[in-house]
Design a protein around this ligand. Structure first.
Ligand SMILES: NC(=O)c1ccc[n+]([C@@H]2O[C@H](COP(=O)([O-])OP(=O)(O)OC[C@H]3O[C@@H](n4cnc5c(N)ncnc54)[C@H](OP(=O)(O)O)[C@@H]3O)[C@@H](O)[C@H]2O)c1
Length: 279
């Protein structure tokens, strides 16, 4: 019986992934920051719920130890925990930048470092890093989040070279827009610089207007499950109908054509001098 360790399972994609793997007969180490609040996952067969904050190495090491004690091995790590900061860069506080990278990039790195010795000893393992379509294309007023997800993409792509000789697979799952707590959990920067107000209003309004192909957490979990079980060397798995649109544009057009398309889609009112930001 195989075992998966998943981060950020209190809600959304992580939680749906726990239920998917458990239903498919896996042992699941379901990790979260506040396991004392959990009422459902404790009840499931072959699910171990542990406290793991990706910012806290002691909780990571403790989880890996508990997981190995209970199930004897870990076959797959799903680095899912993450959040977003929305707003323009100039309005973000230093601590928001630090925390964003600490959670979305250094967090997955910390958890992987704790699991890798075990993967190397057993000469097998798969790490699946949950990035985003926002790890390959960008939207307005979201630069910090994109920075973390682009970084996690590059990290994972390079990591895959060094792990393949050990029969360890590094994979990337890129969800599109998904109905979870993600937007309500996001930090929104203080609107401290009024010159950006119009940009933010237009950017978010067009984002909401164009954001119509939302997936469910269960659909993304199904892609994660495929990545964990298809037993091949594939690196990237896009997840969600909206990823097709943006990735197809990104790949089929030259760089400037693609950039122009995205600007027309998200800030048309601010292009060609039709509206200028009040300075
Ligand atoms: N939803 C989308 O549209 C979307 C699109 C692309 C990519 N993604 C990615 O998908 C992943 C899951 O997000 P979601 O949509 O399922 O959102 P979600 O429902 O807000 O779930 C995020 C999870 O991450 C956990 N988390 C946050 N900081 C953590 C930390 N320091 N240590 C451990 N856990 C932490 C949260 O735990 P708490 O309950 O303790 O806060 C929560 O369980 C994220 O990496 C996100 O970037 C989401």
């Amino acid at each position: 019986m195989k075992t998966v360790l998943i981060t950020g399972t209190s809600s959304g994609i992580g939680r749906a992934a726990v239920l998917t793997f458990q239903r498919e007969g896996w042992n699941v180490i379901a990790t979260m920051r506040s396991p004392e609040k959990e009422t459902e996952l404790h009840q499931l067969d072959n699910v171990l719920v542990t406290r793991l904050d990706v910012l806290d190495n002691a909780t990571i090491l403790n989880t890996v130890e508990q997981g190995l004690d209970r199930f004897g091995q870990i076959d797959v790590l799903v680095n899912n925990a993450g959040y977003a900061v929305f707003g323009t860069f100039e309005m973000t506080a230093e601590h928001q930048t630090q925390n964003m990278f600490d959670t979305n990039l250094f967090g997955p790195m910390r958890v992987l470092k704790a699991v890798l010795p075990h993967f190397r000893n057993q000469k097998s393992g798969t790490v699946i890093n949950i990035t985003s379509m926002g790890g390959r294309v960008t939207f307005p007023a979201c630069s910090l989040y994109h920075a973390t997800k682009f970084a996690l993409e590059g990290f994972t792509e390079s990591l895959a070279y060094e792990l393949l000789p050990f029969n360890i697979h590094a994979k990337i799952v890129e969800p599109g827009s998904t109905a979870t707590r993600f937007v309500e959990s996001a930090q929104v920067t203080q609107d401290t610089i009024t010159e950006y107000s119009e940009f933010v209003k237009i950017g978010f309004a067009n984002w909401a207007k164009n954001d119509t192909m939302t997936s469910t957490a269960e659909q993304i979990a199904a892609v994660i499950y495929t990545a964990a079980t298809d037993e091949n060397d594939r690196l990237r798995y896009k997840a969600g109908e909206d990823t097709q649109l943006y990735f197809q544009k990104r790949q089929s057009e030259n760089d400037q054509e693609y950039v122009d398309y995205m600007r027309q889609r998200f800030i048309p009112e601010l292009l060609n001098g039709s509206t200028t930001l009040s300075m």
